[in-house]
Design a protein around this ligand. Structure first.
Ligand SMILES: C[S@@+](CC[C@H](N)C(=O)[O-])C[C@H]1O[C@@H](n2cnc3c(N)ncnc32)[C@H](O)[C@@H]1O
Length: 387
């Protein structure tokens, strides 16, 4: 980890300004901050946080690569699935994308839906980062100027109910989580303090709400066990339930079921940080310049959605989902193109689907409301019983 590349002086200045703000928040909270608040500031502090400042973030110039940045096949497969949902719905159709990153997924979906003659009436993007919103606007204006009028950027969920599809690719892993530890059979909260010129974790007896949430895990967690928990999922799904009148929510992310998430052998939790394509687990390195995320507990996602009257319709691996939506047929069509194009396309399919790449680590969950048709993405493999 100490072989991470050194950021340039301007980036280090940004990081120092953010660290000062975090230190002052620690002081005003009496000496320590919850990890969720630290993560929120590190990622989203206006103008300074990782997602709020103008850093490259995605792609080869950035820190990590997401599926839409790997290949347009990802968005094209999603467009096929969205068409099937639209065909089963009456009235106006809307897509609402959470955290649209560079705007790549929106472009790929809209281009494919245009070719399939199934454009939505409106494409909403809810983005918390002003920098990314600007980047999304530029990309869509350049690639799909004829469709820019269909897109609206939002700061919060729409007030009117929508009918259609809600998408969140790699958004749940970027939501702030709390961190806990088991010591002498007691549950403590791991908070963030600053001493001797360094940020570090300190333990404090967990307050009742966190204690209850950890007790509800009901797994044999050994002494010294550290992990994360996202207690905001119920509120997140309540908002989505108030927004979606009929249709489907698709969340894609790296994660697993509750039993695998809190497996007794997984003693150090699931935090992962990315800086220039190096992955490590220290959230206190280059604060504001590196991404911080935690795996998604899909059982917790399903439970939160269930409490908000969604049906849990499908859960599968990214590989199975994409293949069920026509990925192999799309690759076959590339065979008619140049050898270079075909080789590039084959490599992209491998990255999206191989178990050692994104194929199995990433899962897709589908949550429906007033929508009863079986979804094509889960036709060949539905792992609902694992949740
Ligand atoms: C890892 S990036 C994924 C970007 C994009 N979906 C992709 O796949 O390339 C996480 C995205 O979620 C956004 N985000 C984080 N929290 C959010 C929230 N509460 N509401 C909406 N967007 C959020 C970030 O600003 C960023 O665009």
């Amino acid at each position: 980890m100490h072989s991470l590349p050194t950021p340039d002086p301007d980036a280090l200045k940004l990081s120092e300004a953010l660290q000062q703000k975090i230190r002052s928040a620690i002081r005003s909270e009496g000496g320590s901050l919850s990890f969720a608040r630290f993560m929120e500031m590190a990622l989203y502090e206006p103008g300074l946080g990782y997602y709020s400042a103008g850093l490259a973030k995605f792609g080869s110039e950035g820190d990590f690569i997401t599926a839409p940045e790997v290949s347009p096949f990802f968005g094209r497969c999603f467009a096929r699935q969205i068409k099937q949902v639209f065909d089963g719905l009456d009235g106006n159709k809307t897509i609402l994308e959470f955290g649209a990153g560079s705007g790549r997924l929106a472009c790929d979906i809209l281009r494919e839906l245009e070719a399939l003659n199934t454009l939505p009436d409106t494409y909403l993007i809810l983005e918390v980062s002003a920098d990314l919103r600007e980047r999304q606007q530029q990309l869509i204006a350049k690639e799909l100027p004829q469709l820019i009028g269909k897109i609206e950027w939002l700061d919060q969920l729409p007030e009117e109910k929508i009918s259609g599809v809600i998408l969140a690719n790699e958004v749940l892993d970027a939501l702030p989580v709390e961190r806990f530890q088991i010591t002498d059979h007691q549950i403590s909260e791991q908070r963030v303090a600053f001493e001797n010129d360094q940020f570090h974790f300190v333990s404090r007896e967990a307050l009742e709400p966190l204690k209850q949430a950890v007790e509800a895990i009901q797994r044999p967690l050994p002494d010294g066990y550290v992990s994360e928990i996202n207690r905001h999922l119920p509120a997140w799904f309540k908002g989505l339930s108030d927004t979606l009148g009929s249709g489907v929510i698709f969340c894609v992310d790296y994660g697993c079921s509750h039993n695998d998430y809190y497996h007794p052998d997984r003693i150090s939790g699931t935090l992962i940080c990315h800086y220039r394509h190096r992955a490590h687990d220290d959230p206190f390195v280059y604060i504001g310049l590196q991404d911080i995320s935690a795996s998604v507990n899909f059982t917790a996602v399903a439970e939160a959605a269930d409490q908000c009257e969604f049906e849990i319709e499908g859960y599968t691996t990214q590989a199975h989902f994409l293949m069920s939506c026509g990925l192999v047929e799309m690759l076959d069509i590339e065979q008619g193109k140049s050898t270079d194009q075909y080789l590039r396309a084959s490599q992209q399919v491998k990255t999206l689907t191989l178990p050692g790449e994104m194929g199995e680590r990433f899962k897709v969950i589908a949550l429906t409301k007033e929508f009863d048709e079986p979804l094509m993405g889960f036709e060949t493999n539905n792992l609902l019983e694992r949740l």
